[in-house]
Ligand binder design. Structure first.
Ligand SMILES: [Fe+2]
Ligand SMILES: [Fe+2]
Length: 241
């Protein structure tokens, strides 16, 4: 049994030190790993990343993260990633994966930020202006990275970690007009090709927790306003496809 704790969209600003820590102190008794689904900061500054590093560092379980759109806002992704990894010991994924031993089982986590574009029947296409081609091209590049990262995991159980949603199910509660800015179906296609056991995302603050990909992979929106808790907990066993 693998116990996965997950949360996203904590949006920690410089005034947020210690806000989550009390609820995380006993995490090793309840979970084997903590996944952070992006939007860890408010504006993506290295100073805010230091708050995140202190809040989630040294918890006694591995912490694996992807960044969100907010974490990109200050164009300081490299520095934010370095602070989270260096001061917090947090493994930040973008188009790669990590394999963690959990009680003799190899848990593989592959992560990307993801991007928008929408879902089948109501999605953007790479046609017309260069700006539109660039928008959809970014989605396609990231979905391709997720597909490769998942395929390269030498693991018994695979989990996909993104910020943007791979399915529309977990967006219910959000205005339909903004679905194309909340996720993209190509992420779901990449996950379905991988036989992942679970897909975890954030970003949709007004969405809902539970969804499933067209191929049957469980999807969980762990945005903190959705789970209304310091983290959500999911249990997987090795027999999970
Ligand atoms: Fe967010
Ligand atoms: Fe976001």
């Amino acid at each position: 049994m693998i116990r996965i704790a997950a949360v996203g969209d904590v949006h920690l600003g410089q005034d947020a030190q210690g806000r989550l820590r009390p609820a995380l102190e006993h995490l090793p008794e309840r979970a084997d790993v903590l996944l952070l689904a992006g939007d860890l900061t408010r504006h993506g500054t290295p100073e805010e990343a230091r708050i995140v590093a202190r809040e989630f560092g040294g918890l006694g379980v591995p912490v694996v993260a992807v960044l969100g759109n907010h974490d990109h806002h200050s164009d300081a992704v490299a520095e934010v990633t370095a602070v989270l990894g260096g001061e917090g010991g947090i493994e930040v994924l973008e188009g790669n994966g990590v394999v963690l031993p959990v009680d003799g089982t190899r848990l593989g986590v592959a992560g990307v930020k993801g991007f928008g574009g929408g879902f089948e029947g109501r999605c953007a296409s790479a046609f017309g202006e260069p700006e539109m081609k660039a928008f959809v091209g970014h989605t396609l590049d990231i979905a391709g990275s997720l597909r490769s990262a998942l395929a390269s995991l030498d693991a018994d159980v695979r989990v996909a970690l993104t910020h943007y949603s791979p399915v529309p199910d977990t967006l219910h509660g959000e205005p339909q007009e903004i679905y194309p800015f909340l996720g993209a179906y190509q992420l779901g296609e990449a996950i379905d090709e991988s036989r992942a056991a679970l897909a975890v995302h954030g970003h949709a603050h007004s969405g809902c927790e539970h969804g499933v990909t067209p191929g049957g992979v469980r999807v969980r929106n762990v945005a903190q306003p959705v789970i209304r808790s310091a983290f959500a907990l999911y249990c997987l066993d090795e027999a999970t496809p």
